[in-house]
Design a protein around this ligand. Structure first.
Ligand code: SF4
Ligand code: SF4
Length: 103
């Protein structure tokens, strides 16, 4: 269950075995350089351009931290509250869609 990225996208559910908190992007500090998108491993594929913003979908983010060192303004932060705050529904337009950078 929720083992593959496609399944996680279909279920909109995080892998239950991921122990690390997902990350989030502080939008007020992000300079929209898009660098982090390429550093998210494709098996997770959690970072997307969303309009003018760059966002991390927490249900797809394993907390592997590979995106952290590439951010020039250090605006990628832990998101332990993800389960209660959740992803806005519109963030699910990109994962698995025609413009998904990880497929
Ligand atoms: S922590 Fe890992 S999975 Fe999450 S957005 Fe960064 S690179 Fe992707
Ligand atoms: S690397 Fe940092 S500044 Fe650049 S898009 Fe990602 S979060 Fe924003």
């Amino acid at each position: 269950m929720t083992a593959s990225r496609d399944e996680r996208i279909a279920d909109r559910a995080r892998h239950p075995k991921w122990k690390n908190s997902p990350l989030r992007i502080e939008m007020l500090e992000c300079i929209n350089c898009d660098k982090c998108i390429a550093y998210c491993p494709p098996q997770f594929g959690a970072i997307f351009k969303h309009g003018i913003d760059v966002v991390i979908v927490p249900e797809l983010c394993s907390g592997c931290d590979k995106c952290l060192p590439v951010c020039p303004v250090d605006c990628i932060l832990p998101f332990p509250e993800w389960a209660t705050k959740g992803s806005p529904v519109e963030w699910w337009r990109e994962p698995g869609g025609a413009d998904d950078p990880y497929t």
